[in-house]
Design a protein. Sequence first.
Length: 312
Amino acid sequence: MNREHEKYDRLIAICRSLPPLATAVAHPCDRSALEGALQAKELGLIAPVLVGPRGRIEEVAERENLDITGCAIEDAPHSHAAAARAVELVHEGRVEAVMKGSLHTDELMGAVVSREGGLRTERRVSHCFVMDVPRHESALIITDAAINIAPTLAEKADILQNAIDLGHALRFPEVRVALLSAMETVNPKVPSTIEAAALCKMVDRGQITGALVDGPLALDNAIDPEAARIKGIDSPVAGRANVLMVPDLEAGNMLAKSLSFLAGADAAGIVLGARVPVILTSRADSIVTRLASCAVASLAAEKRREDARMRG
């Protein structure tokens, strides 16, 4: 499908004004992983540190005619060691992001969330897709479709705050979050509606900040103004949401993949809530999606730096 990626192009353009993000690329040992990192380097999005078996990285670069001149290489014997070394580089202050190469997501995230030497913070780690959906006016954040399987209410509060913070990092003029369920009324038989209502009250009490939040909302009346009008929903979010928070991983995964495979959307992926952004890409991702994921991480890292300056 040929179409312009105008929403991603806007994000990448913003990042052109930022310094390249020092990024540990864990185990870039196939063409797609190495090429994605190098193309992000060429655009000035990241300054990659390639972490993995030096011989294999050099072999892939030579075989695929990829130029790794000027890239730092941290030798690590295998994928588990590469994930651990990538995390160590964060602790050493040499990088401000971690990027998945050609290893399993579980391997990388195991090192990130390890209680011994990982990158945990007081915030729950969660995943966001930043989706470029055809005919939808703005980028759409969907959370969490990759990490938290059946989050508790407390975990959902962190997932929600992570998504709100990302919306600000992406410079949304206003962050509007729809807490999705199968219906827009609170129903004791549908737990996600009760949790959505509780999250809204946490927003009212200042426990979650930085956005307009409403729920429960069904998908149609979250993103379609006419559907919201027909249902008589009076809300600053209904019909205008730019963040969709799903009740569990299964719902999020199905929603994101439906948009990708039925509506031709692209899905850039990032993990938040750790000490640094973690760029999660799939081998099936297009180059533009990989670049967009790097741009999202760059903006998230810049927001962290701004917040640190304000605190200090």
